[in-house]
Ligand binder design. Structure first.
Ligand code: APR
Length: 307
């Protein structure tokens, strides 16, 4: 049976564990630095299994040794973005946490595939790859599935159609410089530009780019977790079931999209060994320009921190 560990038992971590448990994808370990928090939530989630009907074993722990031999480790540890705070503001605190988490993953679960969720995603994923010392394909981040989910939801609302029919694609950085791709977004196979006028699409693209911030402003404290945990679980399923799913992920680029040595969102094929292939799409000139700016801003942050 597969073993999945979730580091960080906050909103995103615990909701991810709930969704994983309901799918009975494998045994689960949930860890956190706060004593009692993962243990309490694990108990609650196991008791839910008696009512919902799942037998998943869930261990709450403050001890990294419990993640030993995990097949998949999902990292949500960190502080969440507060209103008015940019993802970049989070960088110093969260990268310190991630270095510690990564060293423990390398020590106890050296064969695992690692999904990073902690923001600022593109930077933190790089920090995790460096500090685990793992092959680049085994460490990737969750952003595009979430951003594409947001774009799809806004499109469905606009067209008054089922969300289930919309397949959206969003690449680039996770933040202001993400690149939603209307030309690769379809509704039951029908290209989005055939269904909506350009100005409406631009409005939905803008709302997608601000999707995380819109929720942060409403919540007043903390950030989104229902859609993020859903996105994590779709990636976890691809790894555990080795399904070769094609979806956007924050992956390490080695020349693709004209980028070398950084992580950002691109379509990939995801399977048991992690990112098994990066798919290169043809983009419009202005989309390439945003990607270039995206990578520039990521590199600028790198130059300011020690990785
Ligand atoms: N090891 C393990 N857990 C840690 C550590 C650490 N070194 N440092 C902090 N944590 C835990 C916190 O105790 C907290 O329970 O991480 C958890 C984070 O949970 P929340 O504050 O509820 O944040 P959440 O909404 O889950 O977001 C987590 O995901 O989407 C991103 O931007 C978001 O970076 C943030 C992360």
């Amino acid at each position: 049976m597969a073993k999945i560990s979730v580091i960080g038992a906050g909103n995103v971590g615990a909701t991810t564990v709930q969704r994983l448990a309901e799918l009975e994808l494998g045994e689960i370990v949930m860890t956190d630095v706060v004593e009692g928090l993962p243990q309490g939530k694990a108990l609650d989630l196991m008791q839910a299994g008696a009512i919902k009907g799942y037998d998943t074993s869930i261990l709450g722990s403050n001890d990294y040794s419990d993640i030993a031999d995990s097949d998949l480790v999902i990292v949500t540890a960190g502080i969440a973005r507060k209103p008015g705070m940019s993802r970049e503001d989070l960088i110093k605190t969260n990268s310190k946490i991630i270095v510690e988490v990564s060293q423990n993953i390398a020590k106890y679960a050296p064969e695992s595939v690692v999904v990073i969720v902690t923001n600022p995603l593109d930077i933190i994923t790089y920090v995790a790859m460096k500090s685990t010392g793992f092959e680049t394909k085994k460490v990737f981040g969750m952003s595009g599935v979430l951003d594409a989910g947001r774009f799809a939801s806004f499109i469905a609302e606009e067209l008054k159609c089922s969300r289930k029919n919309v397949q959206a694609m969003v690449i680039g950085g996770h933040g202001d410089l993400m690149v939603p791709l209307p030309q690769y977004t379809t509704v039951s196979g029908i290209p989005l530009p055939d269904l909506l006028p350009e100005d409406t699409i631009s409005r939905l693209v803008e709302r997608t780019i601000n999707g995380g911030a819109e929720i942060v402003e409403l919540l007043k404290q903390g950030s989104a977790f229902y859609a993020p945990s859903s996105a994590i679980v779709s990636m976890a399923e691809a790894v555990i079931k080795d399904s070769k799913s094609v979806l956007p992920a924050c992956a390490y680029l080695e020349g693709q999209y004209g980028q070398e040595g950084i992580y950002f969102g691109v379509p990939v094929k995801l399977g048991a060994s992690g990112v098994e292939e990066i798919l290169e799409l043809k983009l419009d000139q202005d989309q390439y320009e945003v990607l270039r700016k995206s990578s520039e801003s990521i590199r600028k942050i790198f130059s300011q921190i020690e990785v």
